[in-house]
Design a protein around this ligand. Structure first.
Ligand code: PLP
Length: 402
């Protein structure tokens, strides 16, 4: 008897879309270097530029505003590195402003690079979030008032709890005080409509493998006229903004991935909305002491984060895995560490409850049967773990260990 396989970890990564796989397979023979002037190189260049036009169109940008990079993490690192760049040849150098504002719930690649800025003498401020994971707009204004801030970087959709931020409003405030605006839109692009012109952001990050494209390809939108410094230096590629021979296969895959997202995302959004409701209602009905994390409405329809009092997230994950269901605890990048998620702690829940959380993230192939299977399986697992745990009694109260 084979175990049913249900993949519910789409915020960690997604399988290649069949159409992406197809174009990438064909592209494997197009080995040319897009910088070469002969016909083999020119053919590769043509494919790269087609992908650039598609990617730009998908977010309302112009093709020359798109910089292909090695990952979402690299795009985010690039943006933060601009502000500490000391190179005289860079356009940003003359106007470095040493205040950078970000949030307490960013992806580790922003959190860690912001710590670097701090170590270099930057005044880095982290916006708090409320219990739903929404950043404080008042706090943002308070910080920016009277300070010369260089950058505000706020993620559009959180990878752990799905909460969406009002990027348009945040960008407006950032600009009012003379700061540039970046948003890590890795979990938003391809799931909700994103238009860089409407949002009026200066930088925006996208990653291929979160939207059924290949791993190891990312994209940074840089608004025309925005000061910029390359993070990877030493080549003229990407108009001097990212050195290194282009990952042509990855770029072609990303181009196809956004093309497919444009076709599929609206219908998928409707479908997943229903499935998320069914999942949340089923959990609420069948499992006592479940606490839902994230915003009840302003949230990705694909993402449900829930904490179970008195049950370790790692144990839940392993039991679900035995049943063929793949979910995650906290974020995949934080797995291996036993620290509770910085995102959940920022929303104000206790470390114990944060430890008992799982993230269920659905995708384009998730169907009703998958959710029914989770709802059949999960209550028994939580019950079993709670029975083994001394920290949970039947009344749902925490009892001391002695
Ligand atoms: C996955 C993710 C990243 C990193 O993207 P990679 O391409 O895996 O480096 C950055 N930000 C968010 C919100 C993510 O979910």
């Amino acid at each position: 008897m084979s175990v049913k396989k249900v993949y519910l970890d789409h915020n960690a990564t997604t399988p290649l879309h069949p159409e992406v796989k197809k174009v990438m397979r064909e592209a494997m023979d197009k080995f040319g270097n897009p910088s070469s002037l002969h016909s083999v190189g020119r053919e590769a260049r043509k494919y790269v530029e087609e992908a650039r036009a598609k990617t730009a169109g998908f977010i309302g940008a112009s093709p020359e505003e798109i910089v292909f990079v090695g990952s979402g993490s690299e795009a985010n690192n690039t943006v933060l590195s601009i502000f500490s760049c000391a190179s005289k040849s860079c356009s940003f150098h003359s106007e470095v402003k040493k205040v950078v504002v970000t949030t307490a719930i960013e992806h580790p690649c922003i959190i860690e690079s912001s710590k670097c800025l701090k170590d270099r003498g930057f005044d880095v401020r982290y916006l708090d979030v409320d219990s739903f994971g929404k950043v404080s707009i008042e706090q943002l204004e308070d910080i920016l008032k009277g300070r010369k801030a260089g950058l505000v970087s706020v993620m559009m959709a959180n990878n752990e709890i799905g909460t969406l931020q009002d990027i348009k409003l945040i960008a407006e405030i950032a600009h009012k005080y003379g700061a540039l605006m970046h948003t890590d839109a890795v979990q938003a692009v391809g799931k909700i409509p994103v238009d860089v012109k409407k949002l009026d952001v200066d930088f925006l990050t996208v990653s291929g493998h979160k939207i059924y494209g290949p791993k190891g390809i990312g994209m940074l939108f840089v608004k025309t006229g925005t000061p910029f410094c390359p993070f990877v230096r030493g080549g003229h590629q990407e108009m001097g903004r990212r050195a290194g021979t282009e990952n042509t296969l990855g770029i072609i895959g990303l181009g196809k991935a956004v093309e497919m997202r444009a076709k599929e995302m609206a219908a998928e959004d409707k479908r997943l909305k229903g499935l998320k409701k069914m999942l949340a209602q089923g959990i609420r009905k069948n499992i006592p002491d479940a606490h839902f994390n994230g915003h009840p409405e302003d949230s990705l329809v694909s993402t449900l984060n829930v904490s179970f009092k008195g049950a370790e997230g790692e144990a839940i994950l392993l039991y679900l895995d035995l049943a063929g269901i793949a979910v995650s605890t906290g974020s995949a990048c934080a797995s291996g560490s036993l620290d509770p998620s910085h995102v959940l702690l920022a929303t104000g829940i206790s470390p114990e409850l944060a430890h008992g959380s799982i993230r269920i993230s659905m995708g384009r192939l998730t169907d009703k049967k998958d959710i029914e299977y989770v709802l059949d399986t999960l209550p028994g697992i939580i019950k079993k773990i709670r029975n083994m745990s001394s920290a949970y009694s039947k009344g749902g109260k925490n009892v001391p260990k002695h």
